[in-house]
Design a protein around this ligand. Sequence first.
Ligand code: EPU
Length: 338
Amino acid sequence: MNIRHNVSLAPYNTFGIAATAAHFISVKSVAELQEALALEEYPQKFILGGGSNMLIKNDLDCLVIHIAIKGIETLEEMEESIKLRVMAGENWHELVLYCMAHDYGGLENLSLIPGNTGTAPVQNIGAYGVELKDTFVQCEAVHRETQELRTFSLEDCQFGYRESVFKNELKDQYVIVSVDFKLSRKQHQLHTEYGAIQQTLEERGIAQPRIQDISEAVIAIRQSKLPDPKKIGNSGSFFKNPLISAEAFKQLRAHYPDAPYYPIGSDTIKVPAGWLIEKAGFKGKRFGDAGVHDKQALVLVNHGKATGDDLWQLAMKIQKKVEEQFGITIQPEVNIVE
Ligand code: EPU
């Protein structure tokens, strides 16, 4: 096995944090992953996927296993739909583009989300009215201790808003190696209800959008609001949008009549954390090299040399101020790696 030592993780996390891995291996097959997981000389192991949803606070004094297992395979081709098996190391957006090129529908609203396919189910990635779970069939994962391969059905995964069993009950127990999707080949079900998508399609004079038009609209919307991790380090939304009771929301609205919201069920309201952070005065602010994006306050950015701890201190400062001002606690959405 090709294990390297003292490897910089800067190219492997989209925040661009220059933490070091004491030991590092890139695995290209399920068998290699199983072999690496079984290495007894490295009792502590850390699994690294696309590195797009994590904040590395310190150097990692363990074996970092980078998942680089590639491949897209057609499992079953039906008249109206197709089943694809996508290996964990495939870049998510490249998968979306592959689907657009082949006219497979279902992932278009999830265009330009950074990260790899294998980590997408962990937090049930979602954007513009669509979540991964909507096209998910099953995934295969290797147990970290026994190296056994197990299949997880849609139900087994217990998907919720930015949630799954892999973040909760089974946290740090399994490594996802492949994900199966069912996508449409005909009569694509379009999700254009999100205001910004409608507006972009209208501006472009597209009355009867194809899935490719939606993908392009989503790309344009994301590019206008979200920083490109290749240019400025970031991890997308840093916080989850908090859920509050209808009563708490009534009190919020009494003070802030313009507060945006999404009703979730009868007594629960989702409030955009980006709005709370903007109202708390952080949008576009910078503390050394750790900052808040100027077009979307939900995104923390690394202007260059911020450490994981610099970004963490800023996140805590924001959390405290939002709590003081609104009585609402916002929780990080990214994984904090200690
Ligand atoms: N808003 C502000 N100020 C800001 C940011 C947002 O007032 O700085 C307001 C907007 O005006 C709007 C509302 O907040 O009224 C919602 O904003 P937006 O539509 O940008 O969506 P979001 O709730 O901030 C979520 C996801 C994004 C996803 C978008 C679109 C979470 C934590 N984030 O953001 O996901 O792209 O919806 O569906 O749910 C990600 O997870 O990395 C991510 C980017």
